[in-house]
Design a protein around this ligand. Structure first.
Ligand code: PMP
Ligand code: GLN
Length: 380
């Protein structure tokens, strides 16, 4: 049988490649982003309770009311924006499903979608699978700053959507209030949809405030905001997330959502909905992860790697320019094979494969794992 691939240039995601290599080589896996410590037992108990209370049939299509209510409360409390729980909030199978569904619901063949590279790797294939054209804008050098004039110049009558991600994976940088204001002035008076991927909203450091699109009226009026409970509550394997958007946009989203999943895991929704009743469960996350970042960076302070401390996400980018000229993809593999530590090379997230000799390390790990990793890195 013959067929033509819709995604001829897509291979296996780097996260699978590096995690498999780490397992094969018995290496410490700081590549794919997931915690190696358990989720809060309180949350596990709440899910178990929901299973026993027989929340085992289909959840309502947009999500269990208790969870949508908790999401609405959280958005109001953190970002002072009201999302209607009947019409503007949908629970999804992770942020990945929300992102794919948003793009499918709006992007038509030949529509242009602007993404900032290095970009999380599910964005471009979702655009291309729907016939859209990706317009990449490269973040600058090793600072990952946005050139807003370049953004202005890349916007055209064909621009359907812009994707942003703050805190940013893979760089660990965040967009500032000034960035968001500038961005808002660019999108004002256009029909461009914003997809704001905010899965790391609760993982932000040094007392910085997360600049959600929800805080900026001219962004919020056109924005889907995506979030991930997997990232927030240390259970990436549950694949639970959600998105919020103004009703007119969410109506279109639901038309697709109801036919690609209809609804998502009911007992998990009930458990998470109950867990969210205590805001401390997410308010303590910046301090929790900052301690890990600082522990890791302190442990490698005498190594030959150099860095700017991560501003958000649970990833730390390290430069190896003082160590070798190898391509980052080669060096990441060699570190895994020879030194038994796995990371993610940044160039794979750049459309132009620009290589600044940077590797991303996940520090959502126990101190024991981070100390073992540091011992290896100090010897390189
Ligand atoms: N966006 C970014 C930037 C991510 O790092 C991830 C990975 N968690 C996702 C989206 C997907 O989230 P989920 O695992 O909830 O599908
Ligand atoms: N978001 C995770 C990361 O950046 C990976 C998720 C995945 O493996 N698809 O590492």
């Amino acid at each position: 049988m013959q067929h033509t691939s819709k995604l001829p240039n897509v291979g296996t995601t780097i996260f699978t490649v590096m995690s498999q290599l780490a397992a094969k080589e018995n290496a410490i896996n700081l590549s794919q982003g997931f915690p190696n410590f358990p989720s809060d037992p309180v949350l596990i108990n709440l899910v178990q309770q929901a299973l026993r209370e027989n929340y085992n049939q289909y959840a309502p299509m947009p999500g269990a009311p208790i969870l949508r209510e908790a999401i609405a409360e959280k958005m109001k409390y953190l970002y002072r924006r009201t999302y209607n729980l009947e019409t503007e909030i949908v629970v999804t199978a992770g942020a990945t499903q929300a992102i794919f569904t948003i793009i499918s619901a709006f992007v038509r063949p030949k529509d242009e979608v602007i993404i900032f590279t290095p970009a999380y790797d599910c964005y471009a294939p979702a655009v291309e699978a729907n016939g859209g054209t990706v317009v990449p804008i490269q973040l600058k050098g090793t600072t990952f700053a946005v050139d807003w004039n370049e953004v202005r110049s890349k916007i055209s009558s064909k621009t359907k959507m812009v994707l942003i991600n703050t805190p940013h994976n893979p760089s660990g940088t965040v967009l500032s209030k000034k960035d968001m204001e500038e961005f808002s002035s660019i999108l004002e008076n256009t029909n461009i949809i914003l997809l704001s991927d905010e899965v790391y909203e609760h993982i932000i450091f040094d007392d910085a405030q997360h600049q959600s699109a929800a805080l900026f009226p001219k962004l919020a009026e056109r924005a889907f905001i995506t979030a991930s409970f997997g990232k927030t509550f240390h259970n990436t394997g549950w694949k639970m997330g959600y998105c919020v958007a103004p009703k007119e946009l969410m109506d279109e989203f639901k038309k697709v959502h109801q036919f690609n999943v209809f609804s998502v895991n009911h007992p998990m929704q009930i458990g998470i909905g109950n867990y969210l009743q205590d805001p401390q469960n997410y308010l303590q996350l910046p301090a929790f992860f900052q301690e890990k970042r600082d522990f890791f960076l302190n442990a490698i302070k005498d190594s030959r790697f150099t860095w700017k401390p991560s501003e958000g996400t649970y990833f730390q980018v390290l430069s190896y320019e003082n160590i070798t000229d190898e391509l980052d993809t080669e060096f990441a593999k060699r570190l895994t094979r020879e030194h038994k530590i796995a990371s993610i090379p940044l160039s794979v997230f750049n459309t132009n494969k620009e290589d600044h000799k940077l590797l991303r390390f996940c520090f959502a790990k126990t101190e024991k794992t981070l100390a073992e990793a540091a011992k290896i890195l100090n010897n390189i």
